[in-house]
Design a binder for this molecule. Structure first.
Ligand SMILES: *Cc1c(COP(=O)(O)O)cnc(C)c1O
Length: 218
């Protein structure tokens, strides 16, 4: 699987430049919109961490795939509706998109009911874009406090910077906010900018099109 080897090598190279261990960066292969046939080559090549952005699509695709590959870890990277919190907690091993108090409450209840603690990132609207998901920068401390109170294991911060502008300043800002709040993990960097993200401390990069080719338009 050439693309996978290429992405892994570039992550490792960026980590080395930054004086970090390549193993400190998790590659989350974003398989949204791609069918099982497109995912199989990555599984065969040893990739085990995948990301999806819709609960129902992920259930349909991964419940069968997981029978063959029980050690797969699934990450949710898309906006989550509170009424899907129970399904999300049952299916995913990590949730990157906790962004509002109502979702914190729903996830807290779902985790308690399921007896399952799913590590979470708080998604930050790092470019203060109106249409984008994520909590406002100023709201991070309060949302983090309520998430902890609700029993969510919050491990770090996640962002999707504004499109078509240099991402580095936004990655650096996310890293600073995380450090200020005592959080160690950073979910940042996608196909076009994951190397920059690794240089600036990303612990999780979310790479889709560079692994799978472009997504089919719906
Ligand atoms: C689709 C998606 C990605 C992957 O984007 P690519 O540019 O295809 O690598 C990463 N993060 C989120 C939140 C996404 O929705």
């Amino acid at each position: 699987m050439d693309q996978l080897e290429d992405i892994r090598a570039r992550i490792a190279q960026s980590a080395r430049i930054a004086g970090r261990q390549p193993g400190a960066v998790e590659l989350v292969a974003i398989s949204k919109t791609h069918a099982a046939e497109a995912i199989e080559p990555l599984l065969a090549a040893g990739q085990r961490v995948f990301g999806e952005n819709r609960v129902q699509e992920a259930q349909e695709k991964w419940l069968p795939l997981r029978e063959a590959y029980p050690d797969v870890k699934l990450h949710l990277v898309g906006q989550l509706q509170s009424n899907k919190a129970e399904d999300a907690v049952a299916l995913f091993d990590c949730i990157h998109s906790v962004d509002r108090p109502s979702l914190v409450t729903a996830l807290g209840k779902a985790m308690e009911k399921a007896g399952r603690q799913v590590p979470c990132f708080i998604q930050v609207n790092i470019g203060a874009e109106e249409q984008k998901g994520g909590c406002a920068i100023a709201e991070v401390p309060a949302l983090l406090a309520s998430a902890r109170e609700a029993g969510l294991p919050v491990i770090g911060l996640m962002c999707v910077p504004p499109f078509d502008i240099e991402a580095a300043p936004f990655f650096a800002l996310l890293a600073k906010i995380a450090a200020d709040n005592g959080l160690e993990q950073l979910s940042m960097g996608m196909s076009d900018d994951f190397e920059t993200a690794v240089l600036l401390g990303a612990t999780h990069v979310r790479v889709g099109s560079a692994l799978f080719g472009s997504r089919q338009k719906k």
